[in-house]
Design a protein around this ligand. Structure first.
Ligand SMILES: CC(C)(COP(=O)(O)OP(=O)(O)OC[C@H]1O[C@@H](n2cnc3c(N)ncnc32)[C@H](O)[C@@H]1OP(=O)(O)O)[C@@H](O)C(=O)NCCC(=O)NCCS
Length: 156
């Protein structure tokens, strides 16, 4: 049986994270220095998680990165490798992030998503996110609205 583990990203994962991001049109694209800054002491607080298959060496199946601003966290990027999609990996990454956010007393997790990105919208809906607004013409290439989604975290 395939076992996928979700764990905090390390410096060694950065090249894999970057490669996966670059292969993915709908991902948010960051410069190399922005990834390097993830682990810098003075960097804004972020959480980066990776999904790895237990027996695989080196590579990752997906990742999620969120900015943690006290009680409000924001998902900045979420990507699952094309060949590993629809196996629950994206859902596991976001569930783990929501769990961490609750544990660290956040009250909500937010994100922006392209209106046409139905895969991501369905995933977030399934995990309890709801639409709270829209940013007109927010994305370029192609020009498109962003939908704002939010998950309000219950106190456990
Ligand atoms: C969005 C993404 C992360 C989903 O990852 P995933 O591992 O395939 O998602 P899961 O297998 O956990 O799917 C969970 C649910 O999301 C929905 N979903 C996922 N992919 C879908 C698709 N292509 N079409 C419709 N619904 C989809 C389904 O409800 C699915 O549950 P189901 O398989 O039981 O029907 C992945 O498609 C991806 O990396 N896309 C490119 C990057 C991107 O757009 N990121 C989002 C930026 S906001």
């Amino acid at each position: 049986m395939r076992t996928v583990l979700i764990r905090p990203a390390t410096h060694e994962d950065l090249a894999h994270i970057r490669a996966l991001e670059q292969q993915t049109d709908t991902a948010a694209h960051w410069a190399e220095r922005e990834y390097d800054a993830l682990f810098a002491a003075e960097a804004p607080a972020r959480v980066a998680l990776v999904a790895v298959e237990e027996k695989a060496e080196g590579g990752i199946e997906g990742f999620v990165i969120a900015r943690c601003a006290l009680d409000e966290w924001e998902i900045e990027n979420l990507v699952v490798a094309g060949s590993k999609r629809r196996r629950g990996v994206g859902g596991e990454l976001v569930r783990e992030l929501l769990l961490l956010a609750r544990q660290r007393s956040a009250t909500s997790v937010l994100l922006e998503v392209r209106e046409s990105n139905l895969a991501a919208r369905r995933l977030y809906e399934k995990l309890g996110f709801s639409e709270t607004g829209r940013r007109r013409n927010y994305y370029l290439d192609p020009l498109e609205d962003a939908l704002l989604l939010r998950s309000s975290l219950r106190i456990l």
